[in-house]
Design a protein around this ligand. Structure first.
Ligand SMILES: C[S@@+](CC[C@H](N)C(=O)[O-])C[C@H]1O[C@@H](n2cnc3c(N)ncnc32)[C@H](O)[C@@H]1O
Length: 189
């Protein structure tokens, strides 16, 4: 398995006992160091971690039978998975869905909707086995509750302009905050 954007190796470490061999790739060298430490601590000998850009490097040299990507998804990743996998092999990913934080009026540039994801998978040579949206919509009784729910995001949202739109949404009577992920399993045609 190739885990694209492995971070500190959460998914790679979890799945290593079920796989013959796992390679986790991330461009953040500090996270890769942490992943290597955790693999050593767990005594896992079939997993390795590599610093690299999964939107630039090709995956074929890793010879993956399965490409996974958890919250690291882009057209470039699907294209590389499509070029590396053979017929019947699986590309599984979780991406931000376009409804993620829709109350802030600004979809993430990394988000996919169902139609966009299906179109991308078709273009990159996959058929869809499974595609679902996991949603968690928090509902609030007051503006204060809504603000409290996003307090950890405030600094980030102030920088990217979402915070003021979210405050306006709450002041205008909105009382929700949506998290939404697209969960996909696709197979090389
Ligand atoms: C939201 S984190 C998810 C990490 C991991 N998949 C997990 O579930 O814990 C996204 C990760 O993707 C990595 N990433 C984003 N773009 C990348 C790229 N082009 N090449 C390699 N890694 C990338 C980031 O460094 C970060 O570690």
């Amino acid at each position: 398995m190739l885990d694209a954007g492995t971070g500190s190796g959460r998914l790679a470490l979890m799945l290593a006992p079920l796989c013959r061999a796992v390679v986790g790739v991330d461009r953040d060298a500090k996270l890769i160091d942490e992943a290597r430490r955790q693999a050593a601590a767990a005594g896992l000998s079939n997993v390795r971690f590599v610093v690299g850009d999964v939107e630039v490097e090709e995956y074929a040299p890793f010879k993956p039978d399965l490409v996974a990507a958890y919250l690291c998804m882009s057209d470039a990743i699907a294209e590389r998975a499509g070029r590396a996998l053979r017929a019947g092999q699986v590309f599984a990913f979780v991406a931000l869905h376009t409804d993620q934080w829709k109350e802030t009026g600004r979809p993430s540039r990394f988000a996919y909707g169902e139609t966009g994801a299906r179109r991308l998978l078709k273009r990159t040579g996959f058929t869809v086995d499974h595609l679902e949206v996991e949603r968690d919509v928090k509902a609030f009784a007051s503006v204060e509750e809504g603000l409290a729910a996003a307090v950890g995001l405030q600094e980030k949202w102030k920088v990217d302009g979402r915070w003021f739109r979210y405050v306006k949404f709450l002041e205008d009577g909105g009382r929700t905050l949506t998290r939404a992920h697209l969960v996909v399993k696709a197979r090389k045609a």
